[in-house]
Ligand binder design. Structure first.
Ligand SMILES: Nc1ncnc2c1ncn2[C@@H]1O[C@H](COP(=O)(O)OP(=O)(O)OP(=O)(O)O)[C@@H](O)[C@H]1O
Ligand SMILES: [Mg+2]
Length: 243
């Protein structure tokens, strides 16, 4: 399902809902900039100032009510666990404050998604190796992102550096003795790396190496399976838990 384009009315409504939520927590929120209007299976995401604390709030109560009730807590917990695990990694948001089981505040990366960013050709050739290093660092901490094919989850900071958000769908490496989860983890790390090829193709196709070029044409069965599984789960969840 294509993402809905948020109108100013939808953003205003999201602002009002967030204000109300913070009022319930006994907190004052100002300077709200909506980054993502929540609906269906998606949360509200907004830049905010909460009692003088700046950051980005992600609030799963902005999803459809049934979805929020059934999966909101689980998704929030999944994302926060990954962010805590990646606390030392620059280019990944840090959890600043937890408001309740469905919403938390994280650092603002001062960055825009890939899709909307404009850079010179030579800046992209500096950017992509840095992105590979960042993904490698995330994997080294035991987290595979699993949703880097979306051009909205990789961001470009004001300084032109890569940043990564949205760890809801991530996979964390299990214990060393667990052969199955370790195998899965390695495969999903490979899927993350192959997503870089897709990103290059969309943003800077001249940077595709010959290997990546061939890989783009012969996408691995596993990577296709992982992607399709993600799409099916999302569609199923959406049709079961949203109106
Ligand atoms: N910590 C952050 N700093 C700066 N921008 C952020 C941050 N977190 C999220 N964003 C912005 O908000 C957008 C939506 O956030 P996120 O991807 O986490 O939510 P989502 O539910 O997956 O939304 P979507 O389905 O649109 O990707 C991101 O594409 C990014 O532009
Ligand atoms: Mg996202």
């Amino acid at each position: 399902m294509p993402k809905q384009v948020a109108t100013s009315e939808m953003k205003l409504e999201a602002c009002n809902k967030l204000e109300l939520r913070f009022k319930q927590f006994g907190l004052t929120v100002t300077d709200i900039t909506i980054l993502r209007v929540g609906s269906g299976s998606r949360p509200h995401v907004a830049r905010v100032n909460v009692d003088g604390q700046y950051g980005v709030v992600k609030d799963h109560s902005g999803c459809d009510p049934l979805f929020s009730r059934l999966l909101g807590k689980l998704l929030t917990r999944r994302e926060m666990r990954a962010l805590y695990q990646l606390d030392d990694v620059e280019g990944v948001p840090k959890v600043i404050r937890v408001f309740d089981a469905r919403s938390f505040l994280m650092t603002d990366l001062d960055a825009v998604p890939f899709r909307g960013s404009v850079m010179e050709k030579d800046q992209w050739s500096v950017f992509f190796p840095k992105l590979e290093t960042l993904i490698h660092r995330i994997h080294a901490e035991g987290v595979a992102h699993c949703d880097l094919r979306s051009l909205d989850n990789t961001l470009v900071t004001a300084k032109g550096n890569p940043a990564i958000v949205d760890f809801v769908g991530c996979f964390r490496r299990g214990k060393n003795w667990n052969i199955l989860t370790c195998w899965m983890f390695r495969r999903l790390c490979a899927v993350d790396y192959s997503a870089i090829g897709k990103q290059k193709k969309a943003i800077a196709p001249w940077l595709l190496s010959s290997n990546e070029f061939i890989e783009r044409r012969q996408e691995s069965v596993f990577s296709r399976l992982a992607r399709n599984t993600g799409v099916i789960i999302r569609k199923l969840a959406r049709s079961m838990f949203t109106r």
